[in-house]
Design a protein around this ligand. Structure first.
Ligand code: 5GP
Ligand code: MN
Length: 340
């Protein structure tokens, strides 16, 4: 039996015949995989009769709020006391699509101090040693892994249209519409099962890809036309975005989703870095093609980490300084990890 199966079995036993208060937490700046996972897993827990609340340190992107239970999620930004109470009272805290409490923003301290047992369900390397660690870096997404967790604990009948739509949202978005990180046959077996269980693929694609706003198209258009530069010595595209630009184009959470992937469609660009100025700090997104481990770059120089081809970080420096740091550390990164 693999460790992961043992962990799922331990969790199944823990959930047997118990009345438990549960809390589900995604990572900061939740994406399709994190929100899909929160939606699907909360629905499974609620169907099984558990008390369950989704808590987030910030806000969910508008294009994902149609997923089941997501409108009822509680943000620490609006209701800090309620979040503190729910985390303090919880028996189990589920950390979805992240491997450390450090990715929980303002909720980190509350979760660390909580008496609850903690459960990580995730696909990032190097998970923290919490009470239950259900982690697999081979899967496309947390949602793919969650399909296994949910069906092994409660059986396939829990997968209805709502759960299937949520899981497929995570699989689809974390693989860039099944373009990267999606070469394992198992990913498609899960999708096939979801279709048999009522997945409404058309609706999901509609919400994910046909809900654009003109302001978002213009924000992205401006970034590609006027902001994108290419490093003089390395195949790295860089897109800095200022707060002023976000305001000009009426930025809402999720509006920049996907932008960082676009430069990789150019044949000779192997790494793309988006550097976005936020109110609190500067956020970096790294993407790469092939065996170029951008998570190492994010970890070594930008307080971050992530996957081989998709990583992120953050800096407490002015935007220009961060851009400079990316440009200056490119040589170190390529010489150390790419051998060029
Ligand atoms: P994104 O660019 O979409 O924000 O993040 C891509 C991936 O990088 C995420 O799935 C996550 O694994 C990782 N990531 C993003 N930001 C951070 C960060 O600040 N710290 C760490 N450790 N990982 C991050
Ligand atoms: Mn993910």
């Amino acid at each position: 039996m693999e460790t992961i199966d043992i962990e799922i079995e331990r969790l199944r036993e823990r959930l047997q015949g118990q009345e438990l208060k549960t809390v589900i937490i995604p990572h900061i700046s939740a994406d399709g995989d994190a929100v899909g996972a929160c939606s699907a897993f909360s629905e499974a827990l609620l169907k099984a009769g558990f008390d369950c609340h989704i808590l987030t340190c910030d806000y969910f992107p508008e294009y994902l709020v149609w997923l089941k239970n997501i409108k009822r999620a509680i943000s620490y930004q609006n209701k800090p006391e309620e979040c503190a109470r729910l985390i303090g009272d919880a028996d189990l805290i589920f950390m979805l699509d992240h491997n450390t409490t450090k990715r929980e923003g303002d909720l980190e301290g509350l979760v660390k101090a909580a008496k609850a047992e903690k459960v990580i369900i995730d696909h990032h390397p190097g998970p923290e040693a919490v009470d239950y660690v259900i982690s697999d870096v081979r899967v496309s997404s947390t949602c793919e892994l969650l399909y296994k967790v949910i069906t092994e604990i409660w059986g396939v009948d829990v997968i209805d249209t709502d759960v299937a739509n949520a899981l497929y949202t995570g699989i689809n978005t974390d693989t860039g519409g099944l373009s990267h990180n999606s070469s394992r046959p198992q990913t498609y077996r899960v999708i096939a099962d979801l279709l048999e269980r009522g997945l409404d693929k058309e609706s999901v694609h509609h919400y994910l890809y046909q809900m654009n706003k003109l302001s978002r198209l213009r924000l992205i258009g401006n970034a590609l036309l006027n902001k994108l530069t290419v490093h003089p010595d390395y195949p790295v595209a860089l897109i800095p975005i200022t707060l002023e630009e976000l305001n000009t184009y009426n930025y809402q959470d999720g509006d920049l989703e996907g932008l960082v992937n676009i430069p990789l469609s150019v044949e000779n660009i192997y790494v793309s870095v988006q550097i976005t100025q936020r109110k609190e700090r500067v956020k970096l997104s790294f993407r790469s093609k092939g065996a170029i481990p951008v998570n190492e770059w994010a970890k070594a120089h930008f307080n971050g980490g992530g996957h081989l081809n998709a990583a992120g970080g953050q800096m407490d420096l002015p935007l220009d300084e961060v851009v400079k740091r990316v440009n200056e550390t490119a040589a170190w990164f390529f010489e150390t990890f790419v051998g060029a």
